[in-house]
Design a protein around this ligand. Structure first.
Ligand code: NIG
Ligand code: FE
Length: 413
């Protein structure tokens, strides 16, 4: 299998040497090759360059990309896309004035999704989830982190992990699975949170580790969910079994979770709609990447992550969808790139960096994904005819994607 893409108007995120992360001022630079070609064999990027050097190259499939832009597929480093049913009734409740917290306090929210998931067969859960993913692949995403967190029992969390594993085996997309059993305190443990934490640390984490079906450990560190001590206990238990932390922090309140994440070498700290100087200080000189989730801010009408503050402090940032039924029921990365520009005041170059190479970093795969580099995986977006890549965020809520190549395979939309 070989594919040659010719006459590419702009080939984005081209790096001769293998970058794995861009931060601070460097995020303003997006390496572009004008009038280029790209050659793919099997699942790998083999060669690229200016069109004038394309002579003599042949391939089984040749795509003329005149007027079009080619870039690495989006890397969505934070999703909860394995869930059952939906929460449209809560959406209407919120329109009518209830807050996310008020809905949760009435037994809605994450607990509502947990109940729906308990009542859904593994087969049905797989079908619902893979359908969501297939739709998103067509919108240009080629790699997804997927969290558990709607099981909230040992059995149901393992059921979610098995569904994620099956998606991983059967889809062409790259998948990074995360154990988020500490997503909410289940009804049965309302007055005995410590017992639930013990269940996670002593039973679930060892079982998941033994089956080798999770890469990362996550905790919703938030008032009314898991505090700093709970978070630390769960991260330590995860690390003991080689699950690196990737955590939910500062969505509504600052509890000190950023520093706890950094202390335990978290790969990422996600949300950060609230942020203070101590958080920024903690992130400096760490390998932990902050992840902004503008779809969640949009849908819940809460503050947007102060991305400028992070970038201006010399830090990297990734952007992701947070695709989930409660706070962000869209997995469209094209919209997220646009929202990052409009609401987080990121430039198109910064937003595209945040959604490709830095998204890949935030799921631990940037050695093989997130840039156009020889030897990296062939996960690519071919756009509709566009004048400039800035049109991707500019024309918000439009779909710029015409074709995708995923794991070296061409898919028409
Ligand atoms: O990232 N904040 C916690 N978890 C999700 C929301 C999950 C839900 O409401 O179902 C989030 O926003
Ligand atoms: Fe989330």
């Amino acid at each position: 299998m070989s594919i040659l893409i010719t006459n590419i108007k702009q080939l984005l995120q081209v790096h001769d040497s293998n970058v794995t992360l861009v931060k601070g001022k460097d995020m303003k630079t997006l390496p572009v090759l004008e009038n280029a070609y790209l050659y793919v064999e099997h699942d790998t990027i083999i060669e690229y360059g200016e069109m004038k050097y394309c002579d003599g190259l042949e391939a089984e499939t040749v795509i003329d990309a005149t007027g079009k832009i080619v870039l690495p597929s989006w890397c969505d480093s934070h999703t909860h896309m394995v869930y059952a049913g939906d929460r449209t009734s809560e959406f209407v409740d919120r329109i009518n004035g209830l807050s996310y917290a008020e809905i949760a306090n009435r037994g809605g929210g994450i607990l509502n999704s947990a109940k729906l998931l308990q009542d859904t067969s593994e087969e049905d859960l797989y079908e619902q989830s893979i359908n969501r993913m297939e739709e998103l692949i067509k919108m240009g995403t080629g790699a997804f982190e997927i969290k558990t967190g709607y099981g909230l029992t040992v059995d149901a969390e393992l059921k979610m992990l098995r569904v994620i594993k099956r998606i991983k085996q059967e889809s062409l997309a790259k998948i990074a699975p995360t154990l988020l059993a500490a997503h909410a305190i289940p009804e049965a443990y309302r007055t005995k949170k410590d017992k639930y934490i013990k269940l996670i640390t002593e039973q679930l984490i060892p079982k998941a580790a033994k089956q080798n079906i999770a890469y990362y450990i996550d905790v919703f560190c938030e008032e009314g969910y898991f505090d700093i001590n709970d978070t630390e206990a769960i991260l330590k238990a995860g690390l003991k079994h080689k699950l690196r932390p990737k955590i939910h922090v500062n969505q509504f309140n600052i509890l000190g979770g950023v520093a706890v994440g950094v202390k335990h070498n978290a790969l990422s700290v996600d949300h950060l709609e609230e942020l203070n100087e101590d958080d920024i200080k903690a992130l400096k000189n760490s390998d932990t990447i902050p992840v902004a989730l503008p779809g969640c801010s949009y849908f819940l009408s809460i503050p947007y992550t102060p991305a400028r503050q992070l970038i201006d402090a010399g830090l990297p940032i990734a952007i992701a969808t947070d695709y989930n039924p409660g706070s962000a029921p869209s997995g469209n990365m094209n919209f997220i790139v646009s929202a990052a520009c409009v609401k987080l005041k990121m430039t198109p170059e910064e937003a595209i960096n945040a959604a490709t190479i830095n998204g890949a970093y935030a799921m631990g795969i940037s050695n093989l994904y997130g840039s156009i580099t020889r030897g990296k995986k062939a996960n690519l977006i071919i756009t509709k005819p566009l004048n400039h890549y800035s049109e991707i965020p500019y024309a918000f809520a439009h779909n710029p994607v015409e074709q995708v190549i995923i794991n070296g395979q061409l898919k028409d939309i």
